[in-house]
Every structure is written in structure tokens, then in C-alpha cells.
Write a protein that binds this ligand. Structure first.
Ligand code: TXA
Ligand code: MG
Length: 345
């Protein structure tokens, strides 16, 4: 199958209409969102969504998120919102978050992996919302990568994984946030973060007295409530070590490891902040932005992982970030990408 990439803005009605037709015909279309690119299909059509699982090589017990364009569309996916979900929607939607709520019967079990709940997301990206609106159905969409690989934040990264597997990629430029949406379970007494993202714990605490984090995100032996969080994920080809702690100590620990691996004849890739790279310098480096700007680090992190896949590095050394704000999401992805290979200095 030929895979077309078409550049698009939110006002390109003709192109978006064509993409929407493909969705109505039961096809799969990749599209931009403000978090990462999605691999979309009709979320009420089990057959269409099966094509997503096939294109990604995704395990069938891992449920898909349904993307909607406005609150009217909510009625297609749930019989009613709990108060908590309503409050979160009012504060943050459209935006980079997903609410887990009880599903309507008409949502196929194959999409929710047999769960009684469904993840619902109203993306902030205007192209995505227009595309969903023209399709007229909620769009099921996981990140548009092969299962287990880093999520794509550009159309060319989608093409790399999906070439020959889907008919169309809508190119809306680079994703703003670069990490997937915050998943919030709204079926418990208090909101529980199942996957950290750009809507942070701190932001939720401004509107709720208590916000929990799924214990599986920090404890090694717990089973995560978001099924996808149990898989090794976002993994680059090379093994990776993440360094976390006070900056000066991180820099010297990275320098030491770099020396060690270089002396052993290994090709070392380094992912770090502009500040750290001033000290380490002169190597195969990916500058993920300033330490003072965690949002720019988030936006670059998957590109950094993909960069070293191209370079065929033997080992990657990565600088961690503090776990405040969106830093929690960055560290969660680095933890998973490295298979928990974290050195605390
Ligand atoms: O930012 C995003 O959310 C992107 C863009 C494309 O919207 N999508 C995305 O989808 O990251 P995906 O499929 O790669 O990740 C969805 C995660 C998985 O870990 C899945 O297990 C979890 O959401 N999930 C989906 N439905 C759920 C449910 N009913 N209960 C708990 N977790 C759920
Ligand atoms: Mg994913």
C-alpha cells in the first residue's frame, strides 16, 4: 500500500474532508495532535479499529483512547459524566489529557480491551478536532508508532514506522508537547493519574483537594491500571542509562561513564541539556534544550531517542530531569525507555 503524506492546516477543508472519508470507509489515517501523532480509525467500528492493532503490532488487551471534537460527541461514548470528569473537562479540555470514564454499550469491547471503562480525549490541536468533526464519529487513536517504539512527534517519524501500512498521514508540523496525554481515572473517589503528561499533578491539585498517582508508576511490583503502562515502551535500539540527581554530580557521573565506555571501544550517544553538554561536549550528542525549560525537554525527548536509532549507537547516556510538573512525564518515559536503568547520584 502506498502511504501518502499531505501537509495540512485546520482550514484545509478539502484535504481534511478526504481524510474523513477514509475514516468513514473504515480506513486508518495518521493525524497530528498537540501531544504526539495518532493512528486514527472509526472508534465505533470494531473492524476498522482492528486495522490499528495490525498496523502497530499492538497486543489486543491494550485499549484505545477515543478522540472527540466537542462535548456533544460525548454522548456517543458514555451515558453520563461523573462530577469529577465534568470538573476536569471544564478546566482543561480541549487539551493534552484523557479521562477514563464508564463506557456506553455501543463502544466495541475490542476497543476497550474488554474493560467497562473508556479513555476519552478532546485534543487541543485544531486540525485534529476538525478532522474528527468531519468524520462524524469518535476516532480511536493510539500513538502512531510500531508498538514498543518511541511515539512520533513529526509526520516523518510516523512515516518511518507506518510506511506501507496505512494510506494517509496528515502532516500538521511538530507536536507542541511531545509526550502523550495525561491519563486521569475518573472512576474512583479522587482523580488518579494513570500516565503523567502535560496536565500535571500540580495543575489538578489547583482544583481538587487530593490527587493520586497510580502506585504502579513508582512501585515496581504493582500492576498498572492503564494496561499499556505495563509494557516496555518508547525503547530505543541501544541500551540506555539515565542519570538523576544534583546537576554537578550528574555531569561528573556522565563524564565518568562516557570515558569508561569510550575506552571499551563503544559508540556512545549522549542526550542532555545545553548546560550539561557545555561540560561534556565534543561527542555524539543530542541537545534536548535548557534545564530551565522542562516543556522544551518534553518536546524533544522522543526525537532524541529516534536520533540515536539512526546513529546505531552502542549505548546511550541520558540526563534525567527533576520530577516536578511535566518532569514527572519526562522521567516516566525515560524510565520505561531505559527499562528502569536509572542511576541516582
Ligand atoms: O496523547 C495521547 O494520548 C496520544 C494521542 C494520539 O492522543 N495517544 C496515546 O494512545 O498515547 P496510546 O494508545 O499510545 O496510549 C493510551 C494508553 C495506553 O497505555 C492504554 O492502556 C491506556 O491509555 N488506556 C486506554 N483506555 C484505558 C482505560 N479504559 N483504562 C485505563 N487505561 C486505558
Ligand atoms: Mg503509545
Amino acid at each position: 500500500m502506498e502511504t501518502k503524506i499531505i501537509k495540512v492546516t485546520a482550514t484545509d477543508n478539502k484535504i481534511l474532508q478526504k481524510a474523513a472519508e477514509l475514516i468513514r470507509d473504515g480506513e486508518v489515517v495518521a493525524f497530528p495532535t498537540e501531544t504526539v501523532y495518532g493512528l486514527g480509525a472509526n472508534g465505533l467500528d470494531a473492524k476498522a479499529s482492528a486495522k490499528i492493532y495490525k498496523a502497530k503490532g499492538r497486543p489486543s488487551d491494550n485499549p484505545l483512547i477515543l478522540h472527540i471534537c466537542n462535548t456533544k460527541m460525548l454522548a456517543m461514548v458514555t451515558d453520563g459524566l461523573p462530577q469529577m470528569a465534568l470538573k476536569i473537562m471544564t478546566a482543561f479540555c480541549p487539551g493534552p489529557l484523557t479521562l477514563v470514564i464508564r463506557k456506553k454499550e455501543t463502544v466495541p469491547d475490542s476497543i476497550t480491551g474488554g474493560l467497562a471503562t473508556v479513555g476519552v480525549r478532546m485534543p487541543g490541536n485544531a486540525i485534529a478536532r476538525k478532522f474528527i468533526k468531519l468524520s462524524g464519529v469518535p476516532i480511536a487513536a493510539p500513538s502512531a508508532n510500531i508498538s514498543g517504539r518511541p511515539s512520533p512527534t513529526t509526520a516523518s517519524a510516523v512515516y518511518h514506522d507506518m510506511k506501507g501500512r496505512i494510506p494517509l498521514i496528515l502532516d500538521g508540523g511538530a507536536s507542541d508537547f511531545g509526550v502523550e496525554s495525561t491519563i486521569i481515572d475518573c472512576t474512583e473517589a479522587v482523580p488518579v493519574i494513570l500516565r503523567p503528561g502535560a496536565v500535571t499533578k500540580e495543575m489538578l491539585e489547583e482544583i481538587f483537594d487530593e490527587v493520586k498517582i497510580d502506585p504502579a508508576l513508582t512501585g515496581k511490583n504493582e500492576v498498572p491500571k492503564a494496561p499499556g503502562m505495563k509494557y516496555r515502551h518508547y525503547a530505543p535500539k541501544a541500551p540506555m542509562i539515565v542519570f538523576e540527581g544534583e546537576y554537578t554530580k550528574v555531569v561528573s557521573a556522565m563524564q565518568n561513564e562516557l570515558k569508561k565506555y569510550t575506552a571499551a571501544g563503544q559508540k556512545v550517544g549522549i542526550i542532555a541539556s545545553s548546560e550539561t553538554l557545555k561540560d561534556i561536549g565534543n561527542n555524539d550528542c543530542y541537545d534536548y534544550g535548557s534545564r530551565d525549560d522542562l516543556y522544551s525537554i518534553a518536546a524533544n525527548i522522543y526525537n532524541a531517542l529516534l536520533y540515536f536509532d539512526e546513529k546505531n549507537s552502542d549505548i546511550i547516556l541520558a540526563e534525567g530531569t527533576p520530577q516536578d510538573g511535566i518532569g514527572l512525564a519526562i522521567m516516566n518515559r525515560l524510565q520505561k525507555a531505559s527499562g528502569q536503568n536509572i542511576i541516582h547520584v
